[in-house]
Design a protein around this ligand. Structure first.
Ligand code: DGJ
Length: 728
């Protein structure tokens, strides 16, 4: 519920469990007053204390009063150059070369429903599910306008924000920083959690104290990156899974980003998030507009688990879209680790027939089916079937696979081009390259200039033909390098700073076109695994390949970190061969399946190489996955242990919203001789409910939660168990 109290010029944004508040001060500055547990709506304006602070300047309206300074007040959308020296959200170059922007309140509107952002992904809400607040600010001296958008989803405890900038003056203005949100939290003793890593080791949580000065994570790779996810958490020092105040903020965007946490001279904490200002310069002629992407925030007064569950629900119901949003996703077998580039029709049919017998529902033909693509040095950009490998094209192959009772999907990497390709021979200028400089290769390939509509449309036309040529129900959209040599022949020199963002808009435009033309195709996002795992992509692709690392034990870490923001239903996860391709580690088929079931579930191995026993185990696993699907994909998720800390075992739980059923999954670490007894403690059960625990007995919920479930002893390294609890 959004409330405006005219007498005190106060905005209250209430969700079921939180309140967000700011006010308009007498000089038109928006001052942030509160974000936390739900309150009745009294003004927290009394917390805006003032003192004469040295070196903190005062706006002219203050006259001789030296106690008001933008440098010391909590602000809703702080600009630069007029008195606040903390991290700004806005930086400009005005026509006269000055850098000041001074945004003052002009007007606001409150409406039902959720705002949308043209060309950009955003959470959505039906009438009655969300409300929108728009606050118009203007710099009276240049005419620059900023409309702050707030989307309030009461039931989800979610607040979204975005900003639309318009040059309402008569001179050009360049935006050199245009971030999406600021959260000034006042003086609090907080920890910052970021999700960091590397290719094959994404989203490892890093928790550290917020200290004086600036802490920053960012990506300037053109994509969100394996190195830092665009989701961050601020929480009280003693906050844990089930207690403490926590704030989560996620950027709904897939390109360069920056998140800054600054603790000021007086201990106030500011969080800002948005597009990275690095090589960002958006030129606004009079009347022109720039929209900063959306940020989604939630606040939990009861720990990290609730914070995560708020995001999970919102992403599942109000970000993912379309045909596959609520449908059960197919159990797939992907050919990458089974065959790499080395396949032909015969081999695919053999793999397919072997997979079909185990209950696999979808065969995904990964990289290598098009152009002259026999290794990763060639072929990208030539999206026509390699007839040497697949004579007759896709139709006869797909027909035979369909006849086995399986669907069929393909891999694409539309944003890329190999120098050894027909596309590059015809259009070398379509690749991002700086004239006169040798271009930098990544995975031996170049990046296409997706800021140019004719480029993505031409690639799309080729891919569309392929998708129309056979019964294709799934596409894996990959992206395998960081952007370099970012220069476009289609932009004048002073607009090259727009290119990173325009590239992302081009990617979104092609995805939107594909969804429109093929609404029933399931698109799985991928960027060398989890290099572009973000809320932006999830608007188009309801699942994303979480990592190129398929080792079950490493995946425990990756999936643990991923779960802080992203629901199980979005996490691409497969059972691969043992020993594992990336680590050489041996784990049981059972353990690999338990881990992959905390994701979209599938296989990435050659089923022909499995023993009869393993194949029947695979069959049983697929049945189990289907049996537990409603819990795994829609249940409330709880992290029962922290695999970065707890060596003995890792455990997590999916619980039905009505608490009548739960699945507790456990994977043990290395075996120890004469080991102590181990017990796993489920969470969030109904204390008075009687649960049947598969293969064990009937117990009250409180007995199970407080007494725990004993784990079997021995059995070697990396044992695993699933305990299914069902109301009797
Ligand atoms: C990187 C992906 O993450 C892999 O799963 C696979 O699709 C390869 N690219 C293919 O080149």
């Amino acid at each position: 519920m959004i409330e405006f109290v005219a007498s005190s010029r106060l905005f209250n944004l209430h969700t079921h469990h939180t309140t967000y508040q700011f006010l308009i001060d007498p000089n038109g500055f928006l001052l942030h007053t509160y974000y936390g547990r739900r309150c009745g709506g009294d003004s927290f304006g009394y917390l805006l204390r003032q003192a004469d602070r040295g070196f903190s300047p005062n706006p002219r309206e203050a006259g001789r009063d030296r106690t008001f300074s933008l440098d010391t007040q909590p602000q809703e959308f702080p600009a630069v150059g007029v008195g606040d020296f903390r991290t700004p959200v806005l930086e400009v170059e005005n026509a006269d070369g000055s850098c000041a922007a001074d945004l003052r309140y002009v007007s606001h509107t409150i409406s039902s429903g959720k705002y949308a952002l043209e060309g950009l992904p955003a959470f959505y809400g039906e009438e009655g599910e969300a409300e929108t607040l728009e606050v118009l600010l203007r710099d009276p001296w240049t005419g620059l306008e900023a409309t702050l958008y707030y989307g309030v989803f009461p039931q989800l405890d979610l607040i979204t924000r975005a900003v639309r900038f318009q040059n309402g003056g008569s001179q050009p203005i360049a935006l050199t920083r245009a971030m999406s949100a600021c959260l000034d939290l006042g003086r609090m003793d907080l920890d910052l959690i970021t999700f960091d890593g590397y290719h094959t080791g994404e989203r490892h949580p890093c928790r550290q104290a917020v200290r004086p000065g600036l802490q920053q994570i960012s990506s300037i790779r053109g994509i969100t990156s394996h190195q830092h996810n665009n989701f961050v958490v601020l929480c009280q020092k003693d906050a844990g899974e089930t207690h403490g105040l926590c704030y989560g903020m996620a950027l709904v965007y897939s390109g360069n980003f920056e998140a800054n946490v600054e603790r000021s001279q007086f201990g106030d904490v500011r969080l800002t998030m948005g597009i990275s200002p690095w090589h960002f310069r958006f030129q606004l002629a009079p009347g022109e507009v720039f929209t900063a992407p959306e940020v989604a925030m939630t606040c939990s007064g009861s720990g990290l688990q609730t914070m995560s569950q708020n995001f999970h629900r919102a992403i599942r119901h109000n970000l993912c879209r379309g045909w596959w949003k609520t449908r059960r996703r197919p159990v797939l077998l992907n050919t990458w680790e089974a065959a790499y580039f080395d396949f032909d029709q015969q081999k695919l049919l053999e793999i397919a027939s072997s997979a079909a017998e185990t209950g696999v529902e979808l065969l995904v033909m990964d990289d290598g089916w098009f152009g002259e693509r026999n290794d990763d040095y060639e072929g990208l950009g030539d999206w026509f079937v390699n007839l040497k490998k697949l004579p007759g094209g896709l139709a006869p192959l797909v027909e035979q696979i369909n006849a086995m009772g399986m669907d069929f999907g393909i891999w694409i990497e539309p944003e890329m081009v190999s120098e050894k390709s027909r596309l590059y021979q015809e259009h070398p200028d379509w690749a991002l390259q700086i004239p006169g400089r040798p271009s930098t290769r990544g995975r031996s390939q170049l990046v296409l200039d997706f800021s140019r509509e004719e480029v993505w449309r031409s690639v799309y036309a080729q891919i569309k033909k392929v998708l129309e040529s056979a019964n294709i129900t799934y596409v894996k959209w990959d992206m395998n390098r960081s952007l370099t040599d970012v220069w476009s022949g289609a932009l004048p020199a002073q607009r090259q700073g727009e290119l990173y963002h325009r590239y992302v808009l081009g990617v979104y435009a092609m995805l939107e076109q594909m969804i429109t033309d093929f609404p029933k195709i399931l698109i799985e996002g991928c960027s060398g695994g989890g290099g572009r795992f973000d809320c932006g992509m999830l608007y188009y692709t309801p699942q994303i390949w979480a990592s190129d690392n398929t080792d079950a034990m490493d995946r425990l870490l990756i999936q643990y970190g991923t779960s802080f923001c992203y629901p199980t239903s979005t996490v691409g996860s497969h059972v691969s061969a043992s020993p594992n391709e990336q680590t050489g580690r041996r784990t049981s088929l059972q353990t690999r399946a338990v881990v992959a079931m905390s994701g979209t579930f599938g296989y990435e191995l050659d089923p022909r190489k499995l023993s009869e026993g393993e194949r029947s185990q695979m069959r049983a696993q697929i049945d189990e996955f289907k049996r537990f699907y409603h819990l795994l994909q829609d249940g409330d998720y709880a992290r029962l242990t922290n695999p970065f800390r707890d060596q003995e075992f890792t455990a997590w739980q999916h619980t039905a919203p009505d608490r009548s059923e739960a699945l507790v999954s456990v994977v043990a670490g290395m075996a120890r001789s004469n080991a102590p007894f181990r017990t796993v403690y489920p969470r969030g059960l109904d204390p008075d409910m009687i649960y049947q625990v598969d293969g064990w007995g009937c117990f009250r919920g409180d007995t199970l939660m407080y007494g725990g479930i004993p784990l079997p002893q021995g059995g070697g390294d990396y044992q695993s168990w699933q305990f299914h609890l069902k109301k009797v």
